[in-house]
Write a protein that binds this ligand. Structure first.
Ligand code: NDP
Length: 283
Protein backbone atom coordinates (compact mmCIF):
# COMPACT_ATOMS: atom_id res chain seq x y z
CA UNK A 1 0.00 0.00 0.00
CA UNK A 2 1.57 3.27 -1.04
CA UNK A 3 2.00 6.10 1.40
CA UNK A 4 -0.34 8.21 -0.73
CA UNK A 5 -3.08 5.73 -0.11
CA UNK A 6 -3.02 6.49 3.60
CA UNK A 7 -3.59 10.21 3.17
CA UNK A 8 -7.07 11.55 3.82
CA UNK A 9 -8.79 11.59 0.48
CA UNK A 10 -12.03 12.70 -0.94
CA UNK A 11 -13.36 11.13 -4.07
CA UNK A 12 -15.76 11.62 -6.90
CA UNK A 13 -17.92 8.63 -7.86
CA UNK A 14 -18.79 8.97 -11.51
CA UNK A 15 -17.26 8.82 -14.92
CA UNK A 16 -13.56 9.70 -15.03
CA UNK A 17 -12.57 12.11 -17.76
CA UNK A 18 -9.09 12.94 -19.03
CA UNK A 19 -8.88 16.07 -16.91
CA UNK A 20 -11.73 16.35 -14.45
CA UNK A 21 -12.31 20.10 -13.83
CA UNK A 22 -13.66 19.44 -10.33
CA UNK A 23 -10.57 17.43 -9.42
CA UNK A 24 -8.27 20.20 -10.64
CA UNK A 25 -10.29 22.83 -8.75
CA UNK A 26 -10.46 20.88 -5.47
CA UNK A 27 -6.79 19.92 -5.53
CA UNK A 28 -5.90 23.60 -6.12
CA UNK A 29 -7.89 24.38 -2.97
CA UNK A 30 -6.08 21.67 -0.96
CA UNK A 31 -2.76 23.03 -2.14
CA UNK A 32 -3.72 26.59 -1.20
CA UNK A 33 -4.78 25.37 2.26
CA UNK A 34 -1.50 23.47 2.68
CA UNK A 35 -3.37 20.15 2.93
CA UNK A 36 -1.51 17.06 1.78
CA UNK A 37 -4.78 15.60 0.47
CA UNK A 38 -5.97 14.10 -2.79
CA UNK A 39 -9.27 14.28 -4.67
CA UNK A 40 -9.54 11.32 -7.00
CA UNK A 41 -12.05 10.40 -9.67
CA UNK A 42 -13.35 6.84 -9.54
CA UNK A 43 -15.75 5.13 -11.89
CA UNK A 44 -18.38 3.19 -9.94
CA UNK A 45 -21.19 1.28 -11.64
CA UNK A 46 -24.68 1.17 -10.10
CA UNK A 47 -24.22 -2.43 -8.90
CA UNK A 48 -21.04 -1.52 -7.03
CA UNK A 49 -22.31 1.57 -5.21
CA UNK A 50 -22.88 -0.16 -1.84
CA UNK A 51 -19.39 -1.68 -1.92
CA UNK A 52 -17.86 1.66 -2.95
CA UNK A 53 -19.49 3.51 -0.05
CA UNK A 54 -18.43 0.73 2.35
CA UNK A 55 -14.93 1.06 0.93
CA UNK A 56 -14.91 4.82 1.45
CA UNK A 57 -15.95 4.23 5.07
CA UNK A 58 -13.35 1.54 5.61
CA UNK A 59 -10.55 3.60 4.09
CA UNK A 60 -11.36 6.71 6.11
CA UNK A 61 -12.33 9.00 3.23
CA UNK A 62 -13.27 12.44 4.50
CA UNK A 63 -16.07 12.34 1.98
CA UNK A 64 -16.88 12.21 -1.71
CA UNK A 65 -18.96 13.77 -4.42
CA UNK A 66 -21.34 11.70 -6.43
CA UNK A 67 -22.81 12.37 -9.81
CA UNK A 68 -25.52 10.89 -11.99
CA UNK A 69 -26.62 8.04 -11.65
CA UNK A 70 -25.78 7.87 -7.93
CA UNK A 71 -27.35 11.03 -6.52
CA UNK A 72 -30.52 9.30 -5.28
CA UNK A 73 -29.31 5.71 -4.98
CA UNK A 74 -26.50 6.65 -2.57
CA UNK A 75 -29.00 7.77 0.11
CA UNK A 76 -29.77 4.26 1.40
CA UNK A 77 -26.07 3.71 2.10
CA UNK A 78 -25.66 6.84 4.25
CA UNK A 79 -26.38 7.58 7.93
CA UNK A 80 -28.31 10.83 7.46
CA UNK A 81 -29.07 13.81 5.23
CA UNK A 82 -28.55 17.57 5.49
CA UNK A 83 -31.58 19.87 5.12
CA UNK A 84 -31.60 20.58 1.38
CA UNK A 85 -30.56 17.01 0.48
CA UNK A 86 -33.54 15.79 2.51
CA UNK A 87 -35.93 18.14 0.67
CA UNK A 88 -34.51 17.22 -2.75
CA UNK A 89 -33.91 13.54 -1.92
CA UNK A 90 -30.69 13.91 -3.88
CA UNK A 91 -27.08 13.96 -2.66
CA UNK A 92 -24.04 15.26 -4.51
CA UNK A 93 -21.64 15.55 -1.57
CA UNK A 94 -21.04 13.07 1.23
CA UNK A 95 -19.29 14.20 4.41
CA UNK A 96 -17.81 12.14 7.24
CA UNK A 97 -18.99 13.58 10.55
CA UNK A 98 -17.60 11.51 13.42
CA UNK A 99 -18.24 7.94 12.37
CA UNK A 100 -21.23 8.84 10.21
CA UNK A 101 -21.49 9.55 6.50
CA UNK A 102 -23.96 12.40 5.92
CA UNK A 103 -25.38 13.33 2.51
CA UNK A 104 -25.50 16.97 1.53
CA UNK A 105 -26.54 18.75 -1.63
CA UNK A 106 -24.21 21.60 -2.57
CA UNK A 107 -25.55 22.10 -6.14
CA UNK A 108 -27.79 25.01 -5.16
CA UNK A 109 -25.87 26.10 -2.07
CA UNK A 110 -22.85 27.21 -4.08
CA UNK A 111 -25.08 29.30 -6.29
CA UNK A 112 -27.06 30.92 -3.48
CA UNK A 113 -23.93 31.69 -1.42
CA UNK A 114 -22.49 33.46 -4.49
CA UNK A 115 -25.71 35.39 -5.05
CA UNK A 116 -26.00 36.43 -1.41
CA UNK A 117 -22.60 38.11 -1.55
CA UNK A 118 -24.01 40.41 -4.23
CA UNK A 119 -27.75 40.59 -3.52
CA UNK A 120 -30.01 39.06 -0.85
CA UNK A 121 -32.81 36.92 -2.37
CA UNK A 122 -34.95 37.22 0.80
CA UNK A 123 -38.44 38.51 -0.06
CA UNK A 124 -37.57 38.73 -3.78
CA UNK A 125 -39.23 37.54 -7.00
CA UNK A 126 -37.28 34.97 -8.98
CA UNK A 127 -37.76 33.76 -12.55
CA UNK A 128 -36.05 30.40 -12.96
CA UNK A 129 -35.59 29.03 -16.48
CA UNK A 130 -35.53 25.22 -16.41
CA UNK A 131 -36.80 22.53 -14.07
CA UNK A 132 -34.04 19.89 -14.16
CA UNK A 133 -31.61 18.92 -11.40
CA UNK A 134 -29.78 22.26 -11.27
CA UNK A 135 -33.04 24.26 -11.29
CA UNK A 136 -34.49 22.13 -8.52
CA UNK A 137 -31.40 22.53 -6.34
CA UNK A 138 -31.35 26.31 -6.87
CA UNK A 139 -35.09 26.65 -6.25
CA UNK A 140 -34.86 24.75 -2.96
CA UNK A 141 -31.93 26.87 -1.70
CA UNK A 142 -33.61 30.12 -2.78
CA UNK A 143 -36.80 29.08 -0.97
CA UNK A 144 -34.77 28.15 2.14
CA UNK A 145 -33.15 31.61 1.88
CA UNK A 146 -36.58 33.30 2.00
CA UNK A 147 -37.31 34.13 -1.67
CA UNK A 148 -40.94 35.33 -1.89
CA UNK A 149 -41.91 33.86 -5.26
CA UNK A 150 -40.32 31.49 -7.77
CA UNK A 151 -41.70 31.40 -11.31
CA UNK A 152 -40.59 28.22 -13.06
CA UNK A 153 -40.38 28.47 -16.84
CA UNK A 154 -39.88 25.10 -18.50
CA UNK A 155 -40.35 23.52 -21.91
CA UNK A 156 -41.71 20.20 -20.61
CA UNK A 157 -44.75 20.78 -18.36
CA UNK A 158 -44.43 17.48 -16.45
CA UNK A 159 -40.91 18.25 -15.24
CA UNK A 160 -42.03 21.75 -14.24
CA UNK A 161 -44.98 20.31 -12.30
CA UNK A 162 -42.69 17.94 -10.38
CA UNK A 163 -40.37 20.77 -9.32
CA UNK A 164 -43.32 23.02 -8.44
CA UNK A 165 -44.89 20.25 -6.33
CA UNK A 166 -41.63 19.73 -4.43
CA UNK A 167 -41.54 23.45 -3.54
CA UNK A 168 -45.27 23.67 -2.75
CA UNK A 169 -45.27 20.59 -0.53
CA UNK A 170 -42.14 21.27 1.50
CA UNK A 171 -41.22 24.94 1.46
CA UNK A 172 -42.76 28.30 2.26
CA UNK A 173 -42.58 30.05 -1.11
CA UNK A 174 -45.14 31.16 -3.71
CA UNK A 175 -44.73 29.39 -7.04
CA UNK A 176 -45.98 29.65 -10.60
CA UNK A 177 -45.31 27.40 -13.58
CA UNK A 178 -45.11 28.71 -17.13
CA UNK A 179 -44.85 26.34 -20.09
CA UNK A 180 -42.06 27.69 -22.29
CA UNK A 181 -43.53 27.38 -25.76
CA UNK A 182 -42.97 30.92 -27.08
CA UNK A 183 -40.50 33.78 -26.57
CA UNK A 184 -40.73 34.56 -22.85
CA UNK A 185 -41.32 38.15 -21.71
CA UNK A 186 -39.59 38.75 -18.36
CA UNK A 187 -42.30 40.14 -16.05
CA UNK A 188 -41.87 43.59 -14.55
CA UNK A 189 -40.68 43.37 -10.95
CA UNK A 190 -38.42 40.35 -11.60
CA UNK A 191 -35.56 40.69 -9.09
CA UNK A 192 -33.61 37.61 -10.23
CA UNK A 193 -33.51 35.92 -13.63
CA UNK A 194 -31.64 32.62 -13.58
CA UNK A 195 -30.91 30.30 -16.48
CA UNK A 196 -30.81 26.77 -15.08
CA UNK A 197 -31.13 25.03 -18.45
CA UNK A 198 -28.21 23.59 -20.39
CA UNK A 199 -28.83 25.95 -23.33
CA UNK A 200 -25.54 27.57 -24.39
CA UNK A 201 -23.32 24.86 -22.91
CA UNK A 202 -20.19 23.97 -24.94
CA UNK A 203 -20.15 22.97 -27.79
CA UNK A 204 -23.57 24.58 -28.51
CA UNK A 205 -22.28 27.98 -27.45
CA UNK A 206 -24.39 29.87 -29.99
CA UNK A 207 -27.70 28.40 -28.76
CA UNK A 208 -29.88 31.15 -27.35
CA UNK A 209 -32.60 31.25 -24.75
CA UNK A 210 -36.03 32.00 -26.20
CA UNK A 211 -36.42 35.30 -24.34
CA UNK A 212 -37.77 38.73 -25.27
CA UNK A 213 -34.53 40.45 -24.32
CA UNK A 214 -36.07 43.91 -24.61
CA UNK A 215 -38.12 43.08 -21.47
CA UNK A 216 -34.96 42.61 -19.39
CA UNK A 217 -34.62 45.54 -16.97
CA UNK A 218 -31.31 46.84 -15.58
CA UNK A 219 -32.61 46.28 -12.01
CA UNK A 220 -32.84 42.52 -12.55
CA UNK A 221 -29.94 40.41 -11.26
CA UNK A 222 -29.05 37.85 -13.93
CA UNK A 223 -27.31 34.53 -13.50
CA UNK A 224 -26.50 31.53 -15.67
CA UNK A 225 -25.60 28.01 -14.48
CA UNK A 226 -23.75 27.28 -17.73
CA UNK A 227 -20.05 27.50 -16.85
CA UNK A 228 -18.42 26.56 -20.14
CA UNK A 229 -18.18 29.18 -21.52
CA UNK A 230 -18.83 31.47 -18.51
CA UNK A 231 -19.65 34.48 -20.74
CA UNK A 232 -22.87 33.01 -22.17
CA UNK A 233 -25.15 34.89 -24.52
CA UNK A 234 -27.46 35.64 -21.56
CA UNK A 235 -24.64 37.02 -19.41
CA UNK A 236 -23.40 39.20 -22.28
CA UNK A 237 -26.91 40.52 -23.02
CA UNK A 238 -27.52 41.24 -19.33
CA UNK A 239 -24.23 43.08 -18.91
CA UNK A 240 -25.02 45.10 -22.03
CA UNK A 241 -28.31 46.15 -20.44
CA UNK A 242 -26.62 47.22 -17.18
CA UNK A 243 -27.68 44.20 -15.08
CA UNK A 244 -25.57 42.82 -12.27
CA UNK A 245 -24.55 39.24 -13.17
CA UNK A 246 -23.14 36.02 -11.75
CA UNK A 247 -21.73 33.38 -14.10
CA UNK A 248 -21.83 29.58 -13.87
CA UNK A 249 -18.16 29.32 -13.00
CA UNK A 250 -18.84 31.15 -9.74
CA UNK A 251 -21.55 28.60 -8.97
CA UNK A 252 -19.14 25.74 -9.61
CA UNK A 253 -16.49 27.40 -7.45
CA UNK A 254 -19.07 28.14 -4.72
CA UNK A 255 -20.05 24.49 -4.67
CA UNK A 256 -16.40 23.45 -4.41
CA UNK A 257 -15.74 25.90 -1.57
CA UNK A 258 -18.63 24.43 0.43
CA UNK A 259 -17.46 20.85 -0.28
CA UNK A 260 -13.89 21.56 0.88
CA UNK A 261 -15.23 23.38 3.93
CA UNK A 262 -17.41 20.36 4.79
CA UNK A 263 -14.53 17.91 4.38
CA UNK A 264 -11.62 19.89 5.78
CA UNK A 265 -13.38 22.24 8.20
CA UNK A 266 -11.73 25.26 6.64
CA UNK A 267 -12.65 27.51 3.74
CA UNK A 268 -10.38 27.75 0.70
CA UNK A 269 -9.76 30.87 -1.38
CA UNK A 270 -12.38 30.95 -4.21
CA UNK A 271 -10.07 32.94 -6.50
CA UNK A 272 -7.48 30.15 -6.56
CA UNK A 273 -10.17 27.62 -7.47
CA UNK A 274 -11.63 29.79 -10.23
CA UNK A 275 -8.19 30.33 -11.74
CA UNK A 276 -7.57 26.57 -11.76
CA UNK A 277 -10.90 26.01 -13.54
CA UNK A 278 -10.25 28.75 -16.07
CA UNK A 279 -6.97 27.05 -16.98
CA UNK A 280 -8.76 23.73 -17.58
CA UNK A 281 -11.38 25.32 -19.82
CA UNK A 282 -8.79 27.38 -21.70
CA UNK A 283 -6.76 24.26 -22.55
P1 NDP B 1 -31.13 18.43 -16.63
O1 NDP B 1 -30.99 17.57 -17.82
O2 NDP B 1 -31.65 17.85 -15.35
O3 NDP B 1 -32.11 19.66 -17.01
C1 NDP B 1 -31.94 20.39 -18.19
C2 NDP B 1 -32.92 21.55 -18.24
O4 NDP B 1 -32.65 22.29 -19.43
C3 NDP B 1 -34.37 21.12 -18.31
O5 NDP B 1 -35.18 22.06 -17.67
C4 NDP B 1 -34.62 21.13 -19.84
O6 NDP B 1 -35.97 21.32 -20.17
C5 NDP B 1 -33.84 22.36 -20.22
N1 NDP B 1 -33.48 22.36 -21.64
C6 NDP B 1 -32.44 21.69 -22.22
N2 NDP B 1 -32.42 21.95 -23.56
C7 NDP B 1 -33.46 22.79 -23.80
C8 NDP B 1 -33.95 23.43 -24.98
N3 NDP B 1 -33.36 23.25 -26.18
N4 NDP B 1 -35.02 24.25 -24.85
C9 NDP B 1 -35.61 24.45 -23.66
N5 NDP B 1 -35.20 23.88 -22.50
C10 NDP B 1 -34.13 23.06 -22.58
O7 NDP B 1 -29.74 19.11 -16.43
P2 NDP B 1 -29.17 19.81 -15.09
O8 NDP B 1 -30.27 20.55 -14.45
O9 NDP B 1 -28.43 18.80 -14.28
O10 NDP B 1 -28.09 20.81 -15.69
C11 NDP B 1 -28.49 21.99 -16.39
C12 NDP B 1 -27.26 22.83 -16.64
O11 NDP B 1 -26.72 23.25 -15.39
C13 NDP B 1 -26.13 22.11 -17.37
O12 NDP B 1 -25.61 23.01 -18.34
C14 NDP B 1 -25.10 21.88 -16.29
O13 NDP B 1 -23.78 21.87 -16.82
C15 NDP B 1 -25.32 23.10 -15.43
N6 NDP B 1 -24.86 22.92 -14.05
C16 NDP B 1 -24.01 23.85 -13.56
C17 NDP B 1 -23.54 23.75 -12.29
C18 NDP B 1 -22.57 24.78 -11.81
O14 NDP B 1 -21.99 24.57 -10.74
N7 NDP B 1 -22.37 25.87 -12.52
C19 NDP B 1 -23.96 22.66 -11.37
C20 NDP B 1 -24.91 21.76 -11.97
C21 NDP B 1 -25.33 21.89 -13.27
P3 NDP B 1 -36.96 20.05 -20.32
O15 NDP B 1 -37.40 19.67 -18.96
O16 NDP B 1 -38.06 20.59 -21.18
O17 NDP B 1 -36.16 18.98 -21.02
Amino acid sequence: MSQNFLKPITACFGQPVAENPTQVMIEAAYQQLGLDWRYITLEVGPDDLAAAVAGARAMGFRGFNCTIPHKVAVIEHLDGLGESAAVMQAVNCVVRRGDQLIGENTDGKGFVEGVKKLRDPKGKNVVLLGAGGAARAIAVELALSGAAKITLVNRTPQRGLETKALLDDQLDVATELITWDKPYAIPEGTDFLINATSIGLYPDVDAQLDLQYDTLQAETFVSDVVFNPPATHLIREAKGRGCETLDGLEMLVGQGVIGVDYWAGTSPEPKVMREALEQVFAS
